[in-house]
Write a protein that binds this ligand. Structure first.
Ligand SMILES: Nc1ncnc2c1ncn2[C@@H]1O[C@H](COP(=O)(O)OP(=O)(O)OP(=O)(O)O)[C@@H](O)[C@H]1O
Length: 652
């Protein structure tokens, strides 16, 4: 065992020397982290209503212990379902519901500390598809990089670091190509390039600790080797690198300094890579000559103890797992973990021995690198760029506003003031508000569900706050949300021939814009709460329907049942409709009556009476619409905060 450790250290020395010769490249880490862990995870499987079986606990990880120090490239290996991702999530504090301990340099690794001092490369590559790798990295650098004095890094230094990484990770060729993917029509960069971009994003800030979940998944063997050799180079300059990996090729396997082999949530081996050969030989399962040891171990841990065996034999696996704690490898692992700072006794977070648990910390304040203003500005710019790069949606919405207003304007072309025009006037005023409300609400339903995984990831890695994200995103959309209803309202107003008074026209536009924005704000609430786009699209019309019914046309506002009055309070369609009716009919003091026969609406005021609308509500409705806009937006923001908090404490 000692021989194996020395061999690994000698190899590390060689790599470090090569790295020094090659120049600064990945840059050394300011801090060094020794990680030691001993964790268990269990989940409660809820009782099904049908069968009478009680709820039961499922053990996912059981006393899984190990350690990693600067220079280590630790591979967490095991068959599918063995607990690799769960372990990585515990070590990176993304899973807060473990018992046991994870220490960094001898102290409990708190969640906020880990978020600041580690990079986490997820299995799934998540990027804004309309950005280029260079833009994405520059954004990440501004948000996450700190200088030597712990202050945000200067812009030129950040750019230089981005260029260095682009070069180091072989991204030069695709640096200015749109990333694509994520449901966008842009084809974008390749899977290997995305994986290297993920790695570049996470090591930008030179974190001393790097976690990677299946960094080679979806890559061809050459690209997989390239990625793992980059990880080895990162370890060689003093980083502590831990990754899960399913079944590495022998060349990739040779790059790892340490292994943590898992099966059924238990440790089958922890220690230096070379020591595994000796360990399995000791257990009478030596790796056959000329075999990839990784294949041999995974076969054993999957229960196939002989090459070519068709049936799973769990007794061999149980034997390996049961014997592990009493092997020299386990003793060495315990000694190493203790020397790297693991507590002698495992303490349980659930029992409160660890004080503030990571779960409780989930809601604690994260420390951000960029200032509040910088975050807001960068997020605002990024959203604008996204709209600029995919202009089709914006163009379609503008076309919608123009086409609908022209069409409706032509249907109600130049209405007069005769009794027969009153129905048309009421109808077109209702439609003016209704149409913009529906389009506004539906138009934003997909905003947050589509971006949620990226938002949660970026927020989770302390790139930006929830409020700056929400404000940046919504402020960038504001010009569209003001201009399009204004275009729609202007065309409709003059085609229909509504009273030609400047104040009436501008008040009309104000109501159309405010009602549309109240609907958009409600759309943000649904969008922030919905788990995915389809749920948001199903909820949107459901929520909007009663608000339309209570607008004052389909049912008189005085006839709304008492038990629904609370709901009608939120009907922005009603406030907008009443508002436009007030300003238009106020300017129509007399409506032409037929020479003979019934004349139900001799004046504009009689129309308002019929609708139970009140002149005094003209400015009150403006105020209520503004309050609804702010209120709905506040709720949407709180919904995002809630989701971010849940994701921080539950692990993502
Ligand atoms: N929240 C949960 N509830 C119930 N079972 C869970 C939960 N999370 C994980 N598991 C189970 O725990 C086991 C380990 O899961 P984990 O994702 O860590 O395995 P893995 O080794 O990473 O698998 P793979 O290689 O397939 O990604 C699996 O059987 C999984 O189904």
């Amino acid at each position: 065992m000692a021989t194996a450790t020395f061999a690994a250290e000698a190899e590390l020395d060689k790599l470090e020397a090569a790295q020094r010769d090659r120049g600064p490249s990945f840059g050394g880490s300011k801090q060094r982290v020794q990680l030691a862990y001993n964790v268990s995870v269990s989940v409660t499987i809820a009782r099904k209503k049908k069968d009478k079986a009680p709820a039961r606990k499922k053990q996912i990880l059981q006393d899984v212990a190990g350690a990693a120090s600067p220079g280590d490239l630790l591979a967490i290996m095991g068959p599918s379902g063995s607990g690799k991702t769960t372990l990585l999530n515990c070590l990176s504090q993304r899973n807060a519901y473990y018992t046991g301990s994870v220490t960094a340099n001898g102290a409990r690794a708190a969640r906020a500390w880990t978020a600041r001092n580690s990079g986490f490369v997820q299995q799934e590559d998540l990027f804004i598809p309309t950005l280029t790798p260079r833009e994405h990295l520059n954004f990440a650098a501004t948000m996450r990089m700190r200088g030597d004095d712990d202050a945000p890094i200067k812009a030129d230094e950040a750019r230089a670091r981005v260029e260095e990484l682009i070069l180091d990770l072989g991204l030069t060729k695709c640096a200015d190509t749109l990333i694509g993917g994520q449901g966008s029509s842009i084809r974008g960069i390749s899977g290997g390039e995305k994986k290297r971009l993920s790695l570049a994003t996470e090591i930008l800030g030179q974190p001393p600790l790097i976690f990677l979940d299946e960094p080679t998944s979806g890559l061809d063997s050459f690209m997989a080797e390239v990625v793992v050799s980059k990880l080895r180079a990162l370890a060689a300059v003093g980083r502590t690198v831990l990754c899960t990996i399913h079944q590495p090729s022998s060349d990739i396997y040779e790059q790892f300094t340490h292994l943590h082999l898992l099966a059924e949530g238990r440790t089958a081996y922890f220690g230096p890579r070379e020591g595994a050969v000796e360990h399995f030989a000791l257990l009478h399962h030596p790796c056959p000559p000329m075999h990839n040891p990784a294949d041999h171990y995974i076969r054993l841990l999957s229960g196939f103890h002989e090459e070519g065996a068709a049936e799973v034999d769990k007794t061999v696996l149980q034997n390996i797992l049961d014997k592990y704690p009493s092997t020299p490898a386990a003793a060495a692992a315990r000694q190493r973990a203790q020397s790297l700072g693991a507590p002698a006794q495992v303490e349980s977070k659930e029992e409160g021995a660890e004080g503030g648990s990571a779960a409780a910390e989930g809601g604690a304040l994260m420390r951000y690198c960029a200032s509040w203003r910088t975050q807001l500005w960068e997020l605002y710019k990024r959203t604008l760029l996204m709209y600029k790069r995919e202009p089709i949606l914006t163009r379609v919405r503008l076309a919608q506003a123009v086409v609908v207003s022209v069409m409706v304007g032509l249907i109600f072309l130049q209405l007069g003031t005769a009794q027969s025009d009153v129905q048309g006037l009421i109808g077109v005023l209702f439609f003016a508000i209704l149409n913009q409300s529906i389009l506004g609400l539906i138009g934003v339903l997909q905003v947050f569900p589509l971006e949620m995984p990226i938002f949660l990831r970026e927020h989770g890695s302390a790139s930006y706050r929830v409020d700056t994200y929400f404000l940046g995103r919504t402020l960038a959309e504001l010009p569209i949300q003001l201009i399009f209803p204004a275009v729609y309202g202007t065309i409709l107003y003059w085609l229909v021939g509504l009273p030609a008074f400047a104040d009436t026209f501008f008040m009309f536009l104000l109501y159309v814009i405010l009602a549309s924005n109240a609907a958009i704000s409600l759309g943000y609430v649904i969008s922030a709460l919905a788990k995915d786009v389809s749920i948001a699209l199903a909820l949107g019309p459901l929520v909007l329907m009663p608000l339309i019914i209570f607008a004052g046309l389909l049912i008189n506002v005085d006839s709304i049942p008492a038990y629904f009055l609370w709901l009608s309070v939120f009907s922005f369609v009603q406030y907008g409709f009443e508002g436009v009716c007030i300003i238009v009919f106020d300017k129509l003091p007399t409506l032409e009556c037929p020479p003979t026969g019934f004349c139900p609406y001799p004046t504009g005021a009689s129309v308002l009476d019929y609708l139970s609308f009140h002149m005094d509500n003209k400015w009150r409705n403006v105020g209520i619409l503004c309050a609804l806009i702010l209120g709905f937006r506040l709720v949407a923001y709180l919904a995002l905060e809630y989701r971010a908090k849940r994701s921080r404490s539950a692990g993502y």
